[in-house]
Design a protein around this ligand. Structure first.
Ligand code: PA5
Length: 445
């Protein structure tokens, strides 16, 4: 199970925590009774996709087919429609999974920017390789993904012919509406559903994350089972549980003027989990002029860049360290060196994991002395079950933290603003009105 430690934080006292008792009880009630703001987006709470369900069987069968007939899977999606899948794959299979000769298909992510260079690079990797495509979009109209999909659909059809391309394109989208669904039906693509009651950032444990992860060779049974176990642990606990403590501590820190949360990992493979967390917490809480700004860092690398600021700079942040408690059995050991020119013989026989642990503890204490508080989230580590537990822990903590903060954790009204301007500037029909005013404003830039 995932644990949360905060006793070492200088700025958080038991009375700070207790002061939140009433708000926490209300947040818990909202989650249990589905009676809070955004309650129709709580599908993730009981996990829409269950290991014994029909949808999951189809996901696994499709993944198996792709594993047999493809060397590369390209996943098109942005935000909640890609971050979770990439995070799970990179954490469990390493960011080098595409280069390692594991026998698993390579998985690339496109449609999460307007970078033509990136798209061209991935297409060049597809030469002489068998390719499948999973296009993921709940709305079916997101411009970044739609642009990439139009180009890649043409690539697939000119390479394989329309009929074979249709067998190699899988659409993950809304069950009943949207441009992507209409096209998928017209072309006969296999379709998976992003449930109505799950927002993008809560969708990694649906087909959105499970299909790419299963293609990459992730043990998705274990991922789901870990999430279910964590769900049961939280829902069976009272208010005094680690997940809720984390949610409360986040709000206490905000009260104390710490406006930024730094999610810290000492494992570079966790980098995209940090990206996923930023969307989850940032989009859920950053509204109504409220919320902690979520950032993520990888130590010890970033101790050599941002470390100076965290130790000594403006006191605007606290750290949440995500720590894997299971040791890495393959962690390399430092060999003895007769010359000892680097002076490292005192570490002979130590694993890199052990050195990392000392770096972590040393840093935590130094940051505490410098006035930066650090909380710790402990979870098992680099296995799918433990990652499933951690993902669910963050889901529930995000919901409770948002409810305590007094926002609707499940909408994202602010995401639309840039789209309106972009559509007007691109000349999208229906957006003509704003264009002249925007062009005038651009002249002043
Ligand atoms: O969390 C969200 O809602 C967003 O980040 C969306 O996931 C993102 O904009 C992609 O949307 P869609 O799946 O509709 O293409």
């Amino acid at each position: 199970m995932v644990n949360f430690k905060y006793k070492q934080m200088n700025s958080v006292s038991e009375s700070d925590i207790n002061a939140y008792a009433e708000k926490l009880a209300l947040a818990d009630k909202y989650l249990r009774e589905k009676s809070g703001a955004g309650n129709d987006f709580l599908g993730w709470r009981d996990l829409n996709v269950r290991p014994e369900g029909e949808e999951y069987a189809r996901i696994k069968a499709c993944a198996q087919r792709i594993r047999e007939n493809s060397d590369i899977l390209i996943v098109i999606g942005i935000g909640g429609s890609y971050l979770g899948a990439r995070a799970v794959i990179e954490y469990l299979k390493t960011p080098y999974h595409n280069q390692l000769k594991t026998g698993d298909p390579e998985v690339y992510f496109l449609g999460n920017s307007f970078s033509g260079g990136e798209l061209n690079a991935v297409l060049s990797l597809c030469e002489n390789k068998r390719v499948s495509l999973n296009v993921i979009s709940k709305s079916g109209t997101t411009t970044e993904s739609a642009v990439a999909f139009r180009i890649l659909r043409e690539y697939m059809e000119s390479r394989y012919g329309r009929e074979e391309a249709a067998k190699r394109i899988i659409a993950t989208t809304d069950a009943n509406r949207g441009a992507l669904l209409s096209l998928a039906k017209q072309e006969g693509y296999e379709c998976f559903v992003i449930p109505d009651d799950v927002g993008g950032r809560f969708s990694v444990l649906t087909a959105v994350g499970l299909l790419p992860a299963a293609v990459a060779g992730v043990d998705t049974d274990a991922l789901l089972n870990g999430a279910i176990a964590q769900r049961d642990a939280i829902m069976n606990a009272g208010l005094d549980n680690p997940c809720y403590k984390y949610a409360v501590v986040r709000n206490v820190m905000l009260d104390k003027g710490k406006t930024n949360e730094l999610l810290v990992s000492y494992d570079p493979d966790f980098r995209f989990m940090g990206e996923w967390y930023k969307q989850l917490l940032g989009e859920s809480e950053g509204k109504d002029k409220k919320g902690l700004f979520p950032a993520s860092v990888t130590y010890s690398s970033d101790l050599h860049s941002l470390g100076q600021f965290v130790q000594d700079g403006s006191p605007i942040m606290f750290e949440t360290i995500v720590r894997a408690t299971n040791p890495d059995p393959n962690s390399p050991k430092l060999p003895f060196d007769t010359a000892n020119g680097d002076g490292l013989n005192f570490l002979t026989g130590a694993t890199m994991d052990e050195i990392n642990e000392k770096a972590m503890m040393g840093t935590l204490l130094a940051h505490r002395d410098g006035g930066t508080d650090s909380a710790i989230i402990d979870f098992g580590g680099k296995d799918a079950y433990s990652l499933g537990e951690l993902i669910y822990f963050f889901f529930a903590a995000c919901a409770i933290s948002g409810y305590i903060l007094g926002v609707n954790p499940f909408d994202q009204p602010g995401v639309e603003a840039y789209k309106k301007n972009m559509f007007a500037l691109l000349g999208k029909p229906g957006y003509e009105d704003g264009k002249e005013a925007l062009l005038e404003k651009i002249k002043t830039i």
